[in-house]
Design a binder for this molecule. Structure first.
Ligand code: PLP
Length: 444
């Protein structure tokens, strides 16, 4: 199919600045010496990234890479998008921080703009610094509001690395043996690997069973992603959330949508992942794409639920600081101005179609799935048994890097390529990525 020549990156009009800083070996040694050992996604040969421009990253030698993983699904507007940079610089020159105890319009302007993106009565915003913090706060709200401690989350879900959120997370690769509290992990409504295929009703019945047999009949809440990110871009069976939200609300609980990866237009057409399931949550948590990589997260809920936090002071030193708020507001404006969710839908369907073509030619591709620019390619050594192709995925991951494409790896077995680029990713980029995958697979 291919000549022996590997595919080359699309043209891109940008010159990286000359780099005279420390080289990969030195940085790697210091990283090993001074930073914790929990490195993941690390290439066999460490990659020293020194500059970024929109959907591209540059290493210490000025070599360009297509960043099909957007940092870690954080860079929604594009690396160093000029509007976002400008907003950050302008705010930094005036005031970097004044805590949440004084008035500052950057915070209120951003909260107003963010709240306007939600349907229903989701109008109250709390700012935090990360996805884990957002989910911690959502869990606290649900427990205080309902008077129950029991939470339900999904197997294969990821909700953070703090103690409480790690207990919501249900992927053994990301969990330490800590007390789980009153957490119930329901059967994952995964159309590809799940025991009930795409049958949303059977999966929803499992949530009812947890309530009936694992609790005293009342729950605080249910939390899930709308497309599981770390778990390998797994879409929930169609109609699942509608059924589950009814069940959970009948049991007195609130419904929490974790939009840390799926928010801000990533799923295409819609602003939020939950819209793809036709539901309106009671609490929405977000981070990553909200600030294009700035340390920023948020919880949005109804005035009624938010009022439970009036009992004590709810305080977060950096949450919604002026610099992050200015950056976050600029991100929202970029998404609107550049119609990014429409773009995600358009480029995403092109990418999915090309990947599905590739699936016809390579047995190793067990599943291609996703929406917009939240795409998963699951590799298996046997399509019937769905045996995870761990070693092959690792090899292809390295090969793609050699060709100039950086993707994510995920799923419980690390056999899913996660393609979640900045939302400025183009059809040419998608073609290059698929050609690089094709070329690499042809050499397996
Ligand atoms: N929720 C989801 C869906 C995530 O993917 C992540 C991080 O990957 C988190 C929560 C935790 O976010 P953070 O790493 O910012 O704490």
């Amino acid at each position: 199919f291919f000549s022996t020549a590997p595919p080359s990156l699309p043209a891109f009009d940008y010159e990286p600045k000359p780099y005279n800083g420390p080289r990969a070996d030195e940085v790697f040694q210091k990283r090993k010496q001074f930073l914790g050992p929990s490195l993941f996604h690390f290439y066999q040969k460490p990659l020293n990234i020194v500059e970024g421009k929109m959907q591209y990253l540059y290493d210490e030698n000025g070599r360009r890479y297509l960043d099909a993983f957007a940092g870690i699904v954080t860079v929604s507007a594009g690396h160093c998008h000029p509007d976002v940079l400008n907003a950050i610089f302008e705010q930094s020159k005036l005031l970097q921080h004044a805590t949440t105890i004084y008035l500052h319009h950057a915070i209120t302007d951003f909260a107003e703009a963010l709240a306007s993106k939600f349907p229903g009565n989701l109008k109250v915003v709390y700012f935090v610094n990360s996805g884990s913090e957002a989910n911690e706060l959502a869990m606290l709200m649900a427990r205080l509001y309902t008077g129950s401690l029991e939470m339900i989350s999904l197997r294969n879900g990821y909700h953070g690395g703090s103690s409480n959120t790690m207990s919501l997370t249900a992927l053994n690769t990301w969990k330490y043996p800590i007390p789980q509290g009153e957490i119930h992990h329901a059967v994952n409504p995964d159309p590809y690997r799940g025991v009930f295929g795409s049958d949303a009703k059977s999966y929803a019945k499992d949530v009812q069973d947890h309530i009936d047999f694992g609790t005293a009949g009342k729950v605080a809440g249910f939390i899930s992603e709308t497309i599981q990110g770390v778990g390998g871009a797994v879409e929930l069976a169609p109609g699942y959330l509608k059924l589950v939200y009814d069940i959970v609300r009948k049991a007195g609980g609130v419904c929490i949508a974790d939009e840390v990866q799926t928010g801000f237009g990533r799923t295409g057409t819609h602003y939020w992942g939950f819209e793809t399931q036709g539901v309106i949550p009671d609490i929405v948590t977000m981070a990553k794409g909200i600030g294009n990589g700035l340390p920023l997260g948020a919880v949005v809920t109804t005035p009624e639920i938010a009022s439970v936090l009036a009992q004590k002071t709810q305080f977060n030193t950096y949450g919604g600081n002026p610099v992050c708020s200015a950056g976050g507001l600029a991100v929202l404006r970029v998404i609107d101005k550049e119609k990014r969710q429409v773009h995600s839908a358009d480029v995403g369907s092109h990418l999915l179609a090309r990947l599905r073509d590739l699936q016809q030619r390579y047995e190793i591709i067990g599943d291609v799935r996703g929406r917009g620019l939240m795409v998963g390619v699951e590799l298996v050594t046997d399509r019937n048994e769905k045996t995870p192709a761990k070693a092959e995925t690792a090899m292809l991951f390295e090969k793609l890097r050699e060709l100039g494409v950086l993707v994510g790896k995920g799923g419980l077995h690390g056999n899913v390529f996660r393609i979640k680029p900045p939302l400025c990713f183009t059809k040419d980029d998608a073609d290059f990525l698929v050609d690089a995958l094709d070329y690499s697979m042809s050499k397996l």
